[in-house]
Design a protein around this ligand. Structure first.
Ligand code: C5P
Length: 239
């Protein structure tokens, strides 16, 4: 896989103009852009169509979580937009996950990624919503559910990635946010890792927002991150 496909730039902005500016500044250093709730809510599917139409790959991060029929219908619409990755909440259950995967069957290159436990939640928060056993336990249970229902990857922190690789092997994607080059500030991320550390932990893709989008030279920052990806990722891996 081209190392550039492993780098995902988060377009966490509220206007198409701001998104276009970032994409132009990054240039050829990245191919894949994450459109999340903010930009999608502000600008809608036309933003996704524009990015796809200009040859970029789009990770649509809307974290679908609803009854199976509704999620399946949304996944079909997303697949028609031409996105290459999208997220669903694993806690929506096996039927919802299976329906999401089936809705994307016409697009074999579309990765359905499951969100397990949001990194904003800790063991105490899980207890308060009735879940016992702690975050890692819940992450592993939900990852197993997602992979056994056909999802080809999960979103996970670098802290969780080694346990997931240990339990489920190498044949699925782990998409990891919270990545910073050494020396750049953490912003509001509680725990950050370098690109090399994320990949050593088992990530197949990394999501980077502000370190690139707010850099004086976004392309240079993206190239520095790519440098770490290229030297660290095992050449033989197919993910
Ligand atoms: O700017 P920054 O690099 O922190 O952006 C990271 C991106 O990854 C944001 O879009 C954020 O919403 C997303 N994300 C995250 N932590 C998670 C899941 C998603 O930071 N656990």
């Amino acid at each position: 896989m081209d190392p550039r496909q492993r780098l995902i730039v988060a377009l966490d902005v509220s206007t198409a103009a701001a998104a276009r500016k970032i994409v132009a500044a990054v240039g050829d250093s990245a191919q894949t852009y994450k459109v999340g709730m903010q930009l999608y809510t502000a600008e809608g599917p036309s933003m996704v169509r524009e990015l796809v139409g200009s040859g970029r790959r789009v990770f649509l991060d809307l974290k679908y979580h609803d009854i199976p029929n509704t999620v399946g219908a949304a996944v079909r619409e997303a697949s028609e937009l031409g996105v290459c990755m999208l997220t669903v909440h694993a806690s929506g259950g096996g039927k919802m996950l299976r329906t999401a995967v089936e809705a994307a069957q016409g697009k074999p290159d579309l990765l359905i990624l499951a969100v397990t436990v949001l990194t904003s939640l800790d063991d105490v928060d899980l207890g308060k919503i009735g879940l016992r056993g702690g975050v890692l336990d819940q992450v592993q249970r939900l990852a197993a559910l997602a992979l056994s229902n056909g999802c080809k990857g999960v979103v996970a922190s670098a802290q969780e990635a080694p346990a997931l690789r240990g339990e489920f092997g190498r044949d699925f994607a782990i998409v990891t946010p919270g990545v910073r080059l050494a020396g750049s500030g953490p912003h509001d991320q509680a725990r950050v890792v370098t690109p090399a550390e994320a990949i050593a932990a088992g990530a197949s893709h990394i999501v980077v927002g502000r370190p690139i989008t707010e850099a004086a030279d976004p392309a240079a920052e993206a190239r520095a991150i790519l440098g770490q990806i290229s030297t660290q990722y095992p050449v033989a891996s197919n993910q």
